[in-house]
Design a protein around this ligand. Sequence first.
Ligand code: FES
Ligand code: FES
Length: 231
Amino acid sequence: MKNESPPAMEAEDDRPGALTRRAVFQTSAALVALQAAGQAVAQSAPPPATAPAELAELPPQRMALTLHINGQARSFNVDTRTTLLDALRENLHLTGTKKGCDHGQCGACTVLIEGRRTNACLTLAVMHDGQHVTTIEGLARGDQLHPVQAAFLKHDGFQCGYCTPGQICSTVGMLGEAARGMPSHVTRDLDAGSVLLSEAEIRERMSGNLCRCSAYPNIVAAIQDVSGART
Ligand code: FES
Ligand code: FES
């Protein structure tokens, strides 16, 4: 029987530049020591600097402004960080404009500023000093509903109603855009002058107004009715 001795350790490679086991152990030990030293420095370092004391103590900046809301001049004083949506709801108590996402994603806060539909949660009140704002409260004439409001009622264009003020204000703005020939993403003929509001046009143009109750078919029917595309 052949007498086998245990395998011998491989001899270290002494050639210049060769990676030896000893060099690997030495490098690892050095790295661990460096890491420990780094942690010690980090623990003894002062906490990160905070905002300068004079900035932290700045009081809220307030500004007087006048908005022409639904044909009436409303002057008030507001923190300059206040959105138009919060100014309408909290300062002027016009709660018809709804807060959904507060991030420009749902359209519940849509109002008309100088006739243009705008998400009131995405703009500061002080940016509109002297401008005309129409909210859902300003569309009816006394007991006479705005035609868009009447069409939404006629076609049951809502369920819970939370999105409805924004849907209606957005529709009013959108009808004006279409009448002025403003194209949408799905408009085929850019030279037509005015736009026939097909279902595809309405859905595209109203895509910024979400309805959690999914009343979309009835909303589209109401808009087609009021736009004359449907009788
Ligand atoms: S609340 Fe303004 S877009 Fe949703
Ligand atoms: S009717 Fe309920 S969210 Fe639109």
